[in-house]
Ligand binder design. Sequence first.
Ligand code: SF4
Length: 336
Amino acid sequence: MTTAADDRFAEKTTPFLRRLAQSSDAVRTMYEFDPAHEDVPANRGADLFLEKQLTRTKGLVYKYPGRAIVLLSYTCAANCRYCERQDRVGVGLDSEGRLTDADIDAAVEYVAERTEITEVIFSGGDPLTHPRGLERAWTALADVSRVAILRIHTRFPLQAPERVDFDLLGRLAECRPTPYLSLHVDHPDELTAETEAAISRLRRLGYVLICQSVFLKGVNDDVDVLARLFTRLAQLGVRPYYLYHCHPIATTMRFVMPLADEVAIMSRLRERLSGVACPQHIFEMRGTTGKLVVPTDHWSVDMTAVKDFHGAEQDVRSVAMDVQLPSLERLPPGRS
Ligand code: SF4
């Protein structure tokens, strides 16, 4: 029988992160379950950004023209407390949270039949937790001549750098499409000697390296911290790409910053950082598709409403306030 505790987003970490957490408040905050804020189910029925609605074959989401996302595995080396997919990470797909060979073949077939798709993004979860599936999908897609970019989104080199399978990544990089690898880094403490060595190896293998980050209250809500992070990433050959507004769902509220505070920080970063070190500040609307670039405070803009890629408008203030999703019920006290 499923209990309320089973339905929570599980705490999961690695020996590497546990060591790092001893000297880093930021790392501890990113991975430690906080009962004061997370005593709620993972809201498995939610579909905030239409990924479930726009799933075409099992694990394959097609929501942006020309780019397909393959959610290859819903397992991660460690579970970040602010994960936007915490309704699925650790569960789903199959008993191990991975796509089967048949699922992968169906996803490849879908891409092969859609003549406009030129880029495929492997995400999850973390695709590096399903190496056999990643190789099967990658090599099959490399044979689709139209597919020009294959991209891996991973946090594995920051969570378990000693377990990254560089032999596999070397084989993948040798395939025909241009290999991209997007890291997800939120704080300079995550750039340890081990992780920087992994980054350097990935560069030597030929990956184009980019980085996604999330604004996190209590972790990186500081101009100096983020300037240090993005400067170091650029020096390592990792292009800071997107800096997201943290999605306000019931369990992530302790991390969510007011958009205005993010704009103030982002604007100071734009003044301080080189263009190669400064990411785009991204806001995603709920219930629609589109990664929207947030303007800096150098412009006089009324920041009360936002339009998606199709012109539909939402009030930004109500989106930020709407933290309790309709199907979510708080657990009765004491049931843990
Ligand atoms: S690594 Fe990514 S998918 Fe996995 S828990 Fe962290 S944010 Fe979520």
